[in-house]
Design a protein around this ligand. Sequence first.
Ligand code: PLP
Length: 230
Amino acid sequence: MNMHLERLQKVRSRIDSACRERGRDPASVQLLAVSKQQDANAIRALHALGQVDFGENRLQEAVEKQSILKDLDLFWHFIGPVQSNKTRDIAAHFDWVQSVDREKILRRLNEQRPAHLPPLNICLQVNIDHEPQKAGAPVRQVAALARSASECPRLRLRGLMCIPALTEDEARTRGSFDALVALARSLRKDGHRLDTLSMGMSGDLELAVACGSTLVRVGTDLFGPRQARA
Ligand SMILES: *Cc1c(COP(=O)(O)O)cnc(C)c1O
């Protein structure tokens, strides 16, 4: 059997059974194929099997692939650290930015989103485990960031994203996911209409789905090991 089909079916069936165990509709969890450090042919192969959402964490690498794949109708998600000198290109080349974590980036993406494109979908990335070196907004700043985002006409705040601390302890990871869910709930109380909780990767997608994830970001288990960067 086709290797890509096999991997895609396996990941999809993991998502589906995690949903069934929790009485959730499998259609309520979107699969983002994280194609960083994978070549354009692999993206093309997954697209041929029906996958349309792809995630990249480096602008230059993403733009190169986008130009090779411009004949395809794909949705591109930026999931890496956003430097402020890259916002113009990110605003022009992506459908989603899942890794917005500060006011300045919000403001620049809003100002720079090209007028001929629909508003840019964004998620606020949250440093949910308060890790010193980690990307993501501190939890205490998220309410203010969400308020700012909702005042940006060229942005559409869709939800929250997190990457929990690396640990073997499943209970701790569950705690991180639960904390993101609680934060989203409090933002909804503030009036934000959020439909996206981006949490879960190759190693913890079942747990993320059990906790309420609506979007899992899967690289390794869809594409195999990543290639070394040039
Ligand atoms: C690389 C990456 C992933 C995918 O990780 P895998 O373990 O390969 O599935 C998910 N989210 C982000 C933000 C990433 O950078």
